[in-house]
Design a protein around this ligand. Sequence first.
Ligand code: G3P
Length: 215
Amino acid sequence: MKIFIDTADIKEIKEALSMGVLDGVTTNPSLVSKTGKTFEACVKEILEVVSGPVSVEVVATDHDGMVAEARSFAAWADNVVVKVPIIREGLKAIKTLSSEGIRVNVTLCFSPLQALLAAKAGASYISPFVGRLDDVSHDGMELVQQIIDIYGNYAFDTEVLVASVRHPLHVVTAALMGADVCTVPFKVIDQLLKHPLTDNGLKAFLADWEKVKKG
Ligand code: G3P
């Protein structure tokens, strides 16, 4: 399973890259707004350090506007993936952009039927928002399983990108289900590594080393 980081914070991106586990980045307007930078400056700074896919979201809500924004983002770097919301005009934009070879990450997916339509239109990625579904008492990971099953039934190439991840259990469940990608906030990437038995074991080894070292 590929691991993307869900942030626009360049420090977090650089730290995750140095850990050797990062395959890509997803951003959205809310994440960019937290950086205090302008949208273009923020995204271009990310593109300078990341070679994997970087998702950049359009804000237009009509086909022509989305396509114009997407074309300008795609000109910034080869690894730009354009994020488009799953609305009717978005579907039209996915079709246009995919026919031009611009990869699209379809965002704000909350149902298996939205995912089916996105794949039919030519999406490269579908992003089910699992945490936001959990927030309203729907099992977000159940949606992920439904999408994996549907895409498997018809051999769609669209990759299932688990988004709105809130905790390590989302990540382990995504991996067990065979999701293609999980986009994870930095805090959760750090949590994936933690185990108290690792910390206790290391502490004991270092204490015992003190007893046997020379001098
Ligand atoms: O990038 C989209 C998604 O991951 C947002 O997550 O935490 O705002 O629901 P969240």
